[in-house]
Design a protein around this ligand. Structure first.
Ligand code: COA
Ligand code: MG
Length: 302
């Protein structure tokens, strides 16, 4: 009754770098960086009078070839501004792995993206990611996740945006994100309830790698899959903190072996050196090993 790691379709999203679509140098650099995913941003990092130029940059960038072995996401402007339709036309033309919709307040916000996809007859492969960064979005996180996953929904990940959330709520950037933790955990819980990934917010101070490392460790402990990044200097720490230590891999292998021992086949709980291990731990261990194998593969390709 052992389950096989092959049954899991896992994707690494430890380091999710935002690259302003207006910045040609950064776009070029993104081809060489060791992050798991790249968000090509048409929203906050692009001034209003530069949106058209940024869209052209993306069209050309994607025409020159996709990023090897890494997920490509395009962040469009939100539904209610004047840029959404033209941004979505770029998505339809470039066919990234996913579109990231900012400032999602209500489940229905996702529908406008899905409508563009069906009008364009875009294959199911193009997924939706949603930014959780408004007070209403956080309050509605569970309903948004449920809606996004229902009837073949394409929602695949939440990304928390604390800059917008702090602006809208007045919460100050305190050490340890103390007053934000309840909202962060609410987003993690909503994501897990409906089986989607969840990415922690950017950290603005890209020169202070000590604080950044601590924030990554906190995000990992809270259950996030990875972190949205703004600068290449943050990639290593994110890959490490959201990655898989040798100890964790050894422990996972030990659990898999324990369940493969003679007699363990029909058991749901076993004694592993004085500690109870359940079959649910086996599933966790196999997922970890599948992700660690992907991370190892990525390291070899780098
Ligand atoms: N993606 C790819 N490359 C990046 C990058 C990014 N997000 N940020 C910086 N770089 C590159 C720079 O082009 C530079 O390359 P080079 O030395 O080979 O010429 C190198 O990394 C070092 O950059 P640095 O000089 O330290 O910073 P900068 O002044 O060029 O950029 C920011 C600083 C904050 C303006 C820039 O990192 C940025 O725009 N980040 C993303 C912002 C964003 O996406 N915001 C929206 C989401 S919150
Ligand atoms: Mg934002």
């Amino acid at each position: 009754m052992t389950s096989s790691a092959a049954q899991f379709s896992v994707t690494l999203r430890r380091s999710v770098l935002s690259v302003p679509a207006i910045n040609l140098r950064a776009l070029e650099k993104s081809r060489m960086l060791d992050c798991d995913s790249v968000i090509f941003d048409l929203e906050d990092s692009v001034a209003h009078d530069k949106k058209a130029e940024a869209r052209d940059n993306l069209r050309q960038f994607f025409a020159q070839g996709r990023l090897e072995g890494r997920e490509c996401i395009i962040r469009v402007n939100s539904n209610d501004g004047g840029f959404f339709a033209e941004d979505m036309a770029v998505v339809v033309a470039c066919r990234p792995d996913a579109v990231l919709l900012p400032k999602v307040d209500e489940p229905e916000d996702l529908q406008r993206v899905a409508d563009v996809f069906s009008d364009a007859d875009l294959p199911g492969g193009c997924k939706i990611w949603a930014m959780m960064e408004t007070p209403r979005g956080i309050l509605n996180a569970a309903a948004i996740a449920k809606y996004g996953r229902s009837s073949g929904g394409r929602l695949e990940a939440f990304v928390v945006g604390l800059n917008d959330l702090r602006k809208d709520t007045g919460v100050l950037p305190e050490p340890g994100r103390i007053f934000l933790v309840p909202w962060l955990m609410q987003v993690v819980l909503a994501a897990r309830a409906y089986g989607i990934d969840v990415i922690d917010s950017v950290s603005n101070d890209f020169r202070d790698l000590d604080s950044f490392g601590a924030e990554c460790a906190q995000g990992r402990a809270m259950g996030f899959d990875g972190k949205m990044l703004i600068h290449p200097a943050q990639i290593d720490a994110a890959n490490r903190h959201f990655g898989f230590s040798d100890e964790a891999v050894a422990e996972a292998k030990a659990i898999v072996s324990a369940f493969q021992e003679e007699g363990a086949d029909g058991l749901n709980v076993i004694n592993m050196g004085g500690r109870m291990v359940e079959r649910l731990h086996l599933v966790q261990a196999e997922k970890l090993l599948a992700k660690a194998a992907l991370a190892e593969q990525r390291k070899k390709q780098a």
